[in-house]
Each structure stands twice: as structure tokens, then as C-alpha cells.
Design a protein around this ligand. Structure first.
Ligand code: FPP
Length: 232
């Protein structure tokens, strides 16, 4: 049997397929998101156990505002519930939380809950768990450009390192592996700058069904790849 010989340092996941999962189980879409949230909990647990350093999950994109009002409200509510229920446990396990995206466009109560969780966990030294919520890769790049111009940074001093430090992900390492569930083969505006040299793993498994065995398959696939970063 083949073994996982090399673990990525930073994994980013597009948790897709909650809606289809709900449909297959005769449930409303929110039931699928609920199941997705439960799976997210076990996936985080598993990665803590594996001692992964950085995990980033895509919870809500800037494009998701186009969904029906009821689904948006449900997702916002679910996130608030997750923060409420899980923060202390994550803190006790040494997890440092980060938020990626435009925070100021979220409801006040949610902003406060997020800020409180970030503050509580900011000095933790275990896994860094970044939550992309109201996140868009293009928006992130535009926000960085605006910020750089507003600060009057001279054009000749703008290099990749400086640009990196103006992104929501400032201080996070490159993404080694992007995982996307539910069969779609696209990046959907996720971490476009950061995933320029990532490896990709796509699976048809729907997010609520993406368990430890499926994670092992993704990790095995990653550990068999040869990364060259443009060199020979
Ligand atoms: C994509 O499935 C999933 C989302 C848009 C939200 C991800 C949310 C969770 C995993 C729930 C817990 C997390 C948070 C942050 C609330 P989809 O709805 O696009 O599925 P479909 O393509 O099958 O319709």
C-alpha cells in the first residue's frame, strides 16, 4: 500500500456540494449546509490530529450574495452558531483563527463575534484556521491595490513580497494544496494570487461526505506529486 510521505504546510478547501447533498437526501438546502458544517468540524479535528499547520476554508464568497435571501440568512446564522459553539474548543486546542474577506459588509453582531474569536485566539501557536467569509480573490487584490495607493507607496518599491503583505492573507504561507469537492473543476475566485503554484485535488464526493478516508486520498495524491515551481 502506498504511504503518505509528505504533508502539505497549507491546505485550502472549497467545500462544495451541500446543496446537491441536501437534494439527494430530500432536505432543504440549509439542511445541506448544516451537514456541511458538521463535516467541517470533523475535518478540522482530523487536520489538528495530523498536525497540519495552516488550513483555509471557503465559507461564503462575494458572489454568494446573489443567492436567495433565505439561504444567505441561513449561512450567516450558521456561521454565528459555529463561532459561538466552537471557538472555545478550538482555542483550547491551540488553534489560531483568522478571517479572510470584507468584514465590514457583514452584520454587526457577526462582526463582533468574529473579532472576539480572533482576539481570543491570536497568540495561539497550533494550527492557523482561516475562514474565508465574504471573500473574493479579485476583491482582495483590488482592496490591496487601493490600500497601497492610499498609503502613497512608490511604484518601484511594489514587489511580490510587499503586495503579499497587503492581502487579507498577510503573513500566511503559500497554499500548497487546494481541494475542491463535488466535481466542479474551477477556482471560483478563491485565493487567486496565493494559489498560483498550488497543487489541485478535485473529487466528485460532495462536501458533507468528504471524510477522513477521502482526506487521506487527497494527501496521498499530493505526496506523489513533484513540484517544480517553474524550474526543471
Ligand atoms: C457550497 O455548496 C457551499 C457553500 C456556499 C457554503 C459552505 C458552507 C458550509 C460548509 C457550512 C458551514 C460553514 C459556514 C461558514 C457557514 P453549494 O451550496 O454551492 O452546493 P451545490 O453546488 O451542490 O448547490
Amino acid at each position: 500500500m502506498k504511504k503518505i510521505t509528505r504533508l502539505p504546510n497549507h491546505i485550502a478547501i472549497i467545500m462544495d456540494g451541500n446543496g446537491r447533498w441536501a437534494e439527494r437526501h430530500g432536505l432543504p438546502r440549509l439542511g445541506g449546509h448544516q451537514a456541511g458544517a458538521e463535516n467541517m468540524h470533523s475535518v478540522i479535528e482530523y487536520f489538528i490530529k495530523l498536525k497540519l499547520k495552516y488550513l483555509t476554508v471557503y465559507g461564503f464568497s462575494t458572489e454568494n450574495w446573489k443567492r436567495p435571501q433565505e439561504e444567505i440568512a441561513g449561512l450567516l446564522h450558521l456561521l454565528e452558531e459555529i463561532i459561538d459553539k466552537e471557538t472555545l474548543e478550538l482555542h483550547n486546542r491551540g488553534v489560531r483563527l483568522r478571517h479572510l474577506g470584507r468584514l465590514d459588509e457583514l452584520p454587526q453582531g457577526l462582526q463582533q463575534a468574529i473579532n472576539k474569536a480572533l482576539e481570543l485566539t491570536k497568540n495561539n501557536t497550533g494550527m492557523t484556521l482561516s475562514f474565508a467569509f465574504n471573500y473574493g480573490g479579485r476583491t482582495e487584490i483590488l482592496d490591496a491595490v487601493r490600500h497601497i495607493i492610499a498609503e502613497g507607496i512608490p511604484p518601484q518599491s511594489i514587489d511580490e513580497e510587499l503586495f503579499d503583505s497587503y492581502l487579507y492573507t498577510a503573513g500566511l504561507p503559500e497554499v500548497d494544496l487546494v481541494i475542491r469537492t463535488a466535481g466542479e473543476l474551477r477556482l471560483s475566485n478563491f485565493l487567486m494570487w496565493q494559489a498560483a503554484y498550488s497543487e489541485y485535488y478535485f473529487t466528485k464526493i460532495l462536501w458533507p461526505d468528504f471524510g477522513n478516508k477521502e482526506i487521506d486520498k487527497a494527501l496521498l495524491s499530493y505526496s506523489q506529486r513533484r513540484r517544480r515551481f517553474g524550474a526543471l
